[in-house]
Design a protein around this ligand. Structure first.
Ligand code: NDP
Length: 506
């Protein structure tokens, strides 16, 4: 057993000043980090406020040039970053590389498109206000607090960090207590390029995140569980601090009767089991048209039986990162089996300590935990549906609504249009996350607000509307010079402009 600094502090009755991040594969201490308290978090925000004035005052080009240099540094040290991610999350190297590569692509997009999306632009002023020149511009909010999870410790927070920075904000980032080293690595490399505290990291446990919510930032971008999201929102409500909430999911994958079944089985398995199922927009439920159900299951089960989570560094699935999650996965499997479900792959024995083997559950009641709650493990439920209407209805019945997937040769778009979710991938899984110009986020218990794309840039700005008078108005409507005659003229003008098209009597 490893005795950590936390243990020593606890034994001495002290409030711990540091905490350790552990390697979930081995239990070894990866590194020790300070627990930043309220005062330290406030001090970081105060430093960020000064830095924000400088950073926000740079031109788009000047910010782009610095962000591009940071991007190049991160890219050249990709293997180093992936190693930190691998150490702290336990995920395979290849997966760590993939999420880091996608984050770099987003950084490039955000830096490259900020000016086009946010710069001042002219908008039509309308006939009534034809004497005005109307423009809108998007200004940085100032200091953005980013609170991140551990499951994609680079890709997920960078969806907020890169876009907030490109929009001209300073950022104070609180990484998950399971992946503080990743956050420290990102800030350190940024500071090699920019010598002002434009991106800082505060480390610690949940309390450090709570302190960030109350530290006077101009927005909090939170990614994590729905329950913590509610706490973040409540804390931010005290000071009317706006929030972006990227929370949990229970994403469905629909297999139509005209689907490429090999591709669908491959996508379902990867979507459910990649990163050991610890993916917010991972596949957790599968609805298959009854005409192709048996064929699909044969393909899916054959593939799943070849997939194993092992301690071998080459293993395609790593361990469950967070010890407490294992109990949730076990509870969902137990509940599904107790309520009449069957495990056609995996099952109760699939859960052994931090290692969980792929598990496919069928005949699970739709109101059981395995179908309604986020499992966050390499498991999926598969249900037979009589048609696409039923698949759509079941997909839409979740309180979560983050991503979704449709496999169909001819009806993908038709089905996608009927799904009430933030994102849909057709004939591929989670593909929307890798397209930088597409917004990422959910509705319902999956949260609100968007990272990525133009919406992701605007999320970290406020809109500033400007109406500049070019000539005197035809009618002095906003003046005490307005007379009854002007009001009658306005009435006539309104009738001409908007009064047609109704047959109802006056
Ligand atoms: P948590 O909600 O446990 O934690 C998220 C972050 O919030 C961590 O940094 C955590 O710190 C911090 N935190 C904890 N308590 C508070 C508090 N009271 N005030 C402020 N911050 C606090 O989520 P996980 O880290 O376990 O991440 C997994 C969850 O994230 C899943 O539900 C997953 O679906 C979701 N997620 C959503 C994504 C999306 O884009 N929609 C993407 C990725 C993940 P600490 O770790 O120190 O407790």
């Amino acid at each position: 057993m490893t005795i950590t600094d936390k243990d020593l502090d606890q034994a001495a009755g002290r409030r711990p000043a540091t905490f350790d991040s552990l390697n979930p594969r081995t239990g070894d201490v990866v590194d020790t980090h300070p627990i930043h308290d309220e005062q330290e978090v406030r001090a970081a925000v105060a430093r960020a406020r000064e830095a924000a004035a400088w950073w926000g005052g740079l031109s788009f080009d000047e910010r782009k040039s610095r962000l591009s240099t940071w991007k190049a540094v991160v890219t050249r040290r990709l293997a180093q970053l992936a190693e930190v991610v691998h150490q702290e999350t336990g995920k395979p190297h290849g997966d760590a590389l993939l999420e880091s590569a996608l984050a770099i692509d987003h950084l490039a997009w955000a830096a490259g498109h900020a000016e086009k999306v946010l710069k001042r632009r002219k908008v039509p002023s309308g006939l009534l206000m034809a004497n005005q020149r109307a423009t809108v511009e998007y200004q940085p909010l100032g200091v953005v607090g980013v609170i991140g999870p551990w499951n994609y410790p680079v890709f997920t927070p960078m969806g907020s960090i890169a876009y907030a920075l490109a929009a001209g904000n300073a950022v104070v980032f609180k990484p998950s207590e399971y992946t503080p080293g990743v956050g420290v690595w990102l800030a350190r490399t940024f500071n090699e390029v920019v010598d002002q505290p434009v991106l800082q990291v505060v480390t610690g446990l949940g309390e450090t995140g709570a302190a960030l919510c109350r530290a006077g930032v101009d927005k909090v971008a939170f990614t994590g569980s729905t329950d913590t999201g509610k706490k973040v929102m409540a804390a931010c409500a005290e000071t009317l601090t706006p929030v972006l909430i990227e929370a949990g999911g229970k994403d469905a994958l629909i297999v139509a009767d005209d689907a490429d079944l090999d591709a669908a089985a491959d996508g379902a398995l990867w979507g459910a089991c990649a990163n050991a199922g610890q993916t917010c927009a991972g596949v957790e439920r599968v609805y298959v048209h009854e005409r192709v159900y048996d064929d699909f299951m044969t393909r899916l089960v054959a593939r799943a039986r070849d997939l194993h989570a092992t301690a071998d560094p080459e293993s395609q699935i790593g361990p469950i990162t967070m010890p407490g999650q294992v109990d949730v996965i076990r509870r969902h499997i137990d509940d599904a089996l107790a309520r009449g479900g069957t495990a056609v792959v995996g099952g109760r024995e699939a859960v052994a300590g931090q290692w969980v083997q792929p598990t496919i559950l069928v005949d699970v009641p739709e109101d059981s935990a395995a179908v309604t709650e986020e499992t966050f493990g390499p498991t999926m439920t598969v249900a037979k549906v009589k048609d696409l209407d039923e698949a759509v209805a079941r997909t839409n019945s979740s309180r979560y609504a983050l991503g979704s997937t449709v496999y169909s040769r001819g009806h993908g778009m038709e089905v996608a249009e009927r799904l009430r979710v933030g994102m849909t991938a057709i004939n591929g899984v989670i593909s929307f996350a890798g397209v930088p110009s597409l917004p990422f986020g959910g509705i319902g218990d999956s949260g609100f607000g968007r990272i990525h794309g133009p919406d992701g840039l605007k999320e970290f700005c406020y809109a500033h509307a400007i109406a500049r008078q070019r000539m005197k108005p035809m009618l002095p409507l906003t003046s005490f010079r307005r007379t009854e005659k002007h009001e009658q003229q306005m009435g006539k003008l309104m009738t001409m402009l908007h009064g047609r098209g109704s047959t109802l009597p006056r």
